[in-house]
Design a protein around this ligand. Structure first.
Ligand SMILES: *[C@@H]1O[C@H](CO)[C@@H](O)[C@H](O)[C@H]1NC(C)=O
Ligand SMILES: *[C@@H]1O[C@H](CO)[C@@H](O)[C@H](O)[C@H]1NC(C)=O
Length: 223
C-alpha cells in the first residue's frame, strides 16, 4: 500500500475535503511497472520479484499474444471442470503487469472445487449456462456469500478467500475470469490438505476434521 499526501493539517470539514483531494491513494499487490513492459525472459537465471525482462529491442507482438481461449476445455475428470489459464507462464508479456485471465469450462453439474488464489482477486463472468458460485469469509465468521449467476452476470472473489463454482444447469457452462496478478497461484483445498506430498499425518487431519483416522485414510487415498 502506498499513501502519499501533498497537503495536510488544519481543521474544518471543507478544508479537510479539499485536502483529501490532494491526497493520492493507491493499493496494489504487485508493484507498478517502471518501464513500458518487461516481457518475461523465462530461461534467464536472474531472479527478481517476477521474471527477468527480455531485451526490449527483441520484443515482438507475439510476446503479448495468446491464442486458444476459444477452445472448449476437456471436462472429463473427477470434478467435471477444466481451467485454461493465461498467466505469465502462457503469455510472457504479462510479466510485471499484475493481471491475468482464464477460461473455465464446466460439464453439467461439474464443479470448480473450493480453492484460493493467494495473490489475486478474481472477477468472473458467465458466457454460457448458470453457475452457483460462492466464497467464505475469514475466521471466526466463515460466512458463505453465494449467488446463482446467469449468462452475462459478473461476480468477484476477494483475494485469498476460499471460493468455488458449480454448474447448476443440464448443459455445458463457460466462464471467463480475470485476476489481479500475473501469477495468481492456486491452492485447491482438498488437494492441499488430503493430497500433499508427503501426506499430512492422519492424526493431525483426524483431529482437525473431527473424524476417525480411517475416514482420513480414505480421503487421502483419493488424491
Ligand atoms: C533465452 O532463450 C532465447 C531463445 O531461446 C535466447 O535467444 C536467449 O539468448 C536466451 N537467454 C538467456 C539469458 O539464456
Ligand atoms: C478428455 O480427457 C479424457 C481423460 O483424460 C481423455 O480420455 C479423453 O480422450 C479427452 N478427450 C479429448 C477430446 O481430448
Amino acid at each position: 500500500m502506498l499513501v502519499s499526501c501533498f497537503k495536510m493539517t488544519k481543521s474544518g470539514v471543507l478544508f479537510t475535503l479539499i485536502t483529501l483531494s490532494f491526497c493520492y491513494l493507491a493499493f496494489a499487490f504487485e508493484p507498478a511497472p517502471l518501464q513500458d513492459f518487461c516481457v518475461a525472459e523465462t530461461n534467464s537465471s536472474a531472479r527478481v520479484n517476477g521474471l527477468a525482462c527480455k531485451n526490449p529491442m527483441l520484443v515482438e507482438a507475439n510476446d503479448f499474444f495468446f491464442s486458444g481461449l476459444h477452445i472448449t476445455g476437456n471436462t472429463s475428470n473427477s470434478v467435471g471442470s477444466k481451467v485454461t489459464p493465461v498467466t505469465v507462464a502462457q503469455l510472457t508479456g504479462l510479466n510485471t503487469l499484475g493481471i491475468s485471465m482464464a477460461r473455465i469450462d464446466y460439464a453439467p453439474w461439474g464443479i470448480n472445487p473450493p480453492h484460493t488464489h493467494p495473490r489475486a482477486s478474481e472477477i468472473l463472468t458467465v458466457l454460457e449456462g448458470s453457475l452457483h458460485v460462492g466464497f467464505v469469509t475469514s475466521n471466526p465468521d466463515n460466512r458463505l456469500i453465494t449467488k446463482v449467476l446467469q449468462k452475462g452476470d459478473v461476480f468477484v472473489f476477494p483475494v485469498g478467500l476460499v471460493h468455488f463454482q458449480h454448474n447448476v444447469g443440464y448443459g455445458h457452462a463457460v466462464a471467463i475470469a480475470a485476476l489481479s496478478s500475473q501469477n495468481p497461484g492456486v491452492i485447491t483445498i482438498a488437494n492441499a490438505v488430503f493430497g500433499s506430498n508427503p501426506p499430512i499425518a492422519s492424526e493431525v487431519l483426524a483431529k482437525a476434521f473431527r473424524v476417525d483416522k480411517n475416514v482420513v485414510d480414505q480421503l487421502q487415498s483419493k488424491f
